[in-house]
Design a protein around this ligand. Structure first.
Ligand code: PSU
Ligand code: MN
Length: 305
């Protein structure tokens, strides 16, 4: 019998999978509620779950609903998250207040990792992680995703991070925090819409079984999580210079509007999406689905190892 956490409601399917050792992949809800525009965000949430299933694993989308942490949402719950206005963005530190006030929250990478670790889910797939923002040397704006990667024993499959962030500083912090950054079939750390940021991963894995063995080994000898970098497929990638102009414009608009704190990342993502004529959205969907598929494949390999 799997011991469940008293604040977490597992769906029947997720509970059954965890109990019987079947592969499970955690998915975040901030990407649905705050990372992608309506109505595509709902289709994206559904596509992520479908990709995990096609890879042979059970999806556990995580969110806080009326003060209960839910792992595994019904179709209706996912729909409400995607289509409702004003749902809170919940990082690790926000979970307790939402529980006490019986409120709703969409979980970020940090909060989703925390919940996955509590529920015993080893693999989590998303689009891109938060990190060190550009200008952090004066703003001190560094995502709680980075310390969470050092803390929770969860492998996070992502396409790297968007260059709304300072990618070299983000990788420096991951090194400092002892978080391995592993490339799936890539030597390069990807830059979300583009497969190569010009920066390197710590180790490259071409074989899923070998990568699953590394995850299992880090769970034994490491202290926290791992970042698996899965570059966007070449046919879905965008021109790096064109996307950089959109990112720079988004950062200027945020500066001009005085946007900071937890509102900054959603503001930048929305600005980029609105100004890219649908191209960034298609790429975002493609890379996130690719990550969900790899997450499912990895979870299956881990379960059978
Ligand atoms: N980057 C993306 N898409 C996203 C996010 C980041 O390309 O949806 C979301 C994730 O949920 C991530 C969060 O955990 O933004 C980071 O927010 P902050 O920078 O406030 O920590
Ligand atoms: Mn921040």
């Amino acid at each position: 019998m799997t011991m469940t956490h008293s604040d977490i409601d597992l769906s029947a399917e997720v509970a059954d999978a965890l109990e019987s050792g079947k592969p499970v992949v955690a998915l975040e809800s901030t990407i649905v509620a705050h990372g992608l525009p309506r109505p595509d965000n709902l289709a994206a949430g559904q596509a992520l779950e479908a990709a995990v299933r096609e890879a042979g694993a059970v999806p556990a989308t995580i969110a806080v609903l009326a003060g209960r942490i839910c792992a595994g949402l019904t179709a209706k719950q996912l729909e409400a998250l995607a289509l409702r206005d004003g749902i809170a963005k919940a990082s690790r530190r926000d979970l307790a207040a939402l529980i006490a006030k019986k409120e709703d929250g969409a979980t970020t990478v940090a909060a989703t990792m925390a919940v996955a670790a509590m529920a015993g889910i080893a693999i989590f797939a998303t689009g891109g992680i938060g990190g060190v923002h550009r200008g952090a040397e004066t703003s001190f704006d560094i995502s709680a995703d980075l310390p969470e990667l050092a803390r929770s024993k969860v492998a996070v499959v992502s396409a790297g991070a968007k260059s709304i962030l300072d990618l070299p500083k983000t990788l420096e912090m991951l090194e400092m925090l002892g978080v391995p950054v592993w490339g799936y079939r890539s030597d390069a750390f990807p830059a979300f819409y583009a497969p190569d940021s010009g920066l390197k991963v710590d180790a490259r894995f071409d074989d899923v079984a070998e990568l699953a063995r590394a995850i299992a080994a880090h769970r034994r000898v490491g202290a926290g999580g791992m970042l698996i970098a899965n570059p966007i497929a070449a046919e879905a990638a965008l021109d790096a210079a064109a996307i950089e102009a959109g990112i720079a414009a988004a950062i200027r608009a945020a500066d001009a509007a005085g946007i900071g704190g937890k509102a900054l990342t959603p503001f930048l993502l929305d600005h980029i999406n609105r100004n890219s004529g649908g191209k960034s959205l298609a790429a975002n969907l493609a890379l996130a689905v690719g990550n969900a598929r790899l997450g499912g494949t990895l979870a299956a390999a881990l379960a059978h190892s």
